[in-house]
Design a protein around this ligand. Structure first.
Ligand SMILES: Cc1cc2nc3c(=O)[nH]c(=O)nc-3n(C[C@H](O)[C@H](O)[C@H](O)COP(=O)(O)OP(=O)(O)OC[C@H]3O[C@@H](n4cnc5c(N)ncnc54)[C@H](O)[C@@H]3O)c2cc1C
Length: 466
């Protein structure tokens, strides 16, 4: 019987969501086409977001001797012009190797990769525009995985070489002496730490009154203290009015009349869905105000054969969740009896310096839900590995249900926080209790051992009335 469509699945956009969705469908025998506007696959995950920013962070910490600070009192004075090429060359090498991995993964699964800008002609037909012309391809199912881009307020002149969004900051030509970062969300905080580690005088500004309000307050307090020690000036509750060049400086003016001048500016307040080239009106779809697609629990849009996953549907907009959403979307689209939902226990990894990670409930959420809870804490300063590694600022914190002793949340700040959190996540996932850590034998010396001491601390609190 002739095939009705050229492909079973057309994926538009090859970032984390598109790659994993394409591979998942192909794994189950579907004929898949993946269309990407850029020459190399990987999206923000590989080229402008996750991987490059984390590579710069690691390199910045290495070059600045950050890891050695406690041990040898090292304060490396960086030579700005020599540092930038070293920073950038490592980032470029990592990006190239990740793009290669994605191409190989698609190839191994038999996914066809096509370069071009995709837009809908009708609900089964996609037009792909490229230098070699326009061609049409048809698919039974179409997945929109076009990601998001930094928001750029019209009042700010991003044509100025000293004013950057979070994509452009990756291509700076010199390390500035000073920078103002507008927007203290995850991206703003991460860049503030990284640049401060490189010796840049950073002013981090946000209109909100608190940093990272979705993270446990105690962790955020420690982060803020650590950032201030690195020289970051944190200015909260300030609303910017204008950004203007004045001589060699970029000057931000605020509602209350205050001004901050610096050599460069990073605008990192908000992102919007990349739906502008999709010609959604051809299929009767209308994105939300900031360009985000609306989907149901299966990641299906209001058009039955069109799905959307990843940053293009908005929160939580993480590479980690985007990949899983892509896989789940195609499982629903083709009825694979495999992944039916994205787990609801989502970890957060925030690659500030020090890094932070969290999963499950916080003290605040327990209070809101009126769940009686106990807290167990372990300080890295008391942990052998923490001392050896020179991280005496870290904290691992457990949140436990007083009634059942079940582990409900884990919050970590410090070296390897984003790895450590997964031990706790596994225990929560398996419905385990705080006693699991009492029973387990941990490597010594290891940061993981902090779980045991946080559990002992928690037992002390559990034995006392609330
Ligand atoms: C600075 C920064 C740091 C980050 N750090 C982390 C982190 O530490 N951990 C984490 O989990 N997440 C992090 N993220 C978020 C992460 O990068 C995104 O959540 C993830 O990349 C989203 O994946 P995606 O596949 O939905 O979209 P994207 O990665 O944006 O990929 C979308 C792809 O679609 C393509 N495309 C768009 N429109 C079209 C079209 N019309 N036709 C063809 N192709 C098109 C784009 O070129 C792109 O390649 C970070 C983001 C930023 C900006």
């Amino acid at each position: 019987m002739p095939q009705m469509f050229d492909y079973d699945l057309i994926v538009i956009g090859v970032g984390p969501a598109g790659e994993k969705a394409a591979a998942q469908a192909a794994y189950f025998g579907k004929r898949v086409l993946a269309i990407e506007r850029e020459a190399e696959p990987g999206g923000a995950g590989t080229h402008t977001g996750t991987m490059p920013s984390k590579t710069l962070r690691e390199t910045a910490m290495y070059l600045s001797g950050y890891h050695s600070r406690e041990m040898y009192g090292v304060a490396v004075e960086l030579e700005r012009t020599a540092t930038l090429p070293r920073l950038m060359s490592r980032k470029t090498a990592i990006m190239a190797s990740e793009s290669k991995r994605i191409r190989e993964n698609l190839g191994r699964h038999g996914v066809i990769f096509m370069r071009g800008v995709a837009g809908f002609a009708d609900k089964h037909t996609v037009e792909v525009r490229s230098d070699s012309g326009t061609r049409k391809v048809t698919g039974e199912v179409i997945l929109i995985a076009t990601g998001s881009r930094p928001a750029r307020p019209a009042e700010i002149d991003f044509g100025d070489a000293c004013i950057h969004d979070s994509d452009e900051i990756l291509t700076i030509e010199r390390i500035p002496a000073s920078i103002t970062i507008l927007g203290a969300g995850v991206i703003g905080c991460e860049y503030a730490c990284m640049l401060a580690a490189l010796g840049v005088k950073v002013t981090l500004v946000d209109g909100r009154d608190a940093l990272l309000s979705f993270i446990d307050e105690e962790l955020v307090e420690r982060l803020a203290a650590s950032m201030q020690r690195m020289g970051v000036a944190i200015r909260l509750g300030l609303r910017w009015k204008s950004v203007k060049r004045r001589g060699d400086s970029v000057v931000v003016s605020f509602d209350d009349g205050a001004e901050i001048a610096s050599e460069q500016l990073l605008f990192s307040a908000g992102r919007e869905g990349c739906t502008q080239d999709l010609n959604l009106s051809a299929v009767g779809l209308v994105p939300e105000k900031r360009g985000y697609m609306v989907v149901d629990w299966r990641y299906r849009t209001s058009v039955a054969n069109i799905y959307a996953a990843g940053d293009v549907i908005g929160f939580p907009a993480l590479a980690a969740t985007s990949m899983e959403q892509g896989r789940v979307a195609v499982c629903h689209a083709f009825g694979f009896e495999y992944k039916r939902s994205v787990g609801d226990l989502l970890p957060y990894g925030i690659y500030t310096i020090p890094e932070m990670s969290a999963v499950g409930e916080t003290e605040a959420s327990c209070r809101d839900m009126k769940i009686p809870y106990a807290v167990g804490r372990a300080l890295y300063a008391q942990n052998a590995r923490g001392k050896i590694a020179g991280d005496t600022e870290g904290l691992l914190k457990l949140i436990v249900d007083r009634r059942t002793r079940k582990l409900m949340g884990v919050h970590v700040i410090g070296e390897r926080a984003t790895e450590l959190v997964h031990i706790g996540q596994a225990v929560i996932h398996l419905d385990g209790s705080v006693d699991a850590f009492i029973d387990m034998v941990f490597n010594f010396p290891s940061l993981a051992e902090a779980y045991k001491y946080a559990a002992y601390d928690c037992l002390g609190h559990l034995s006392k009335p609330q």
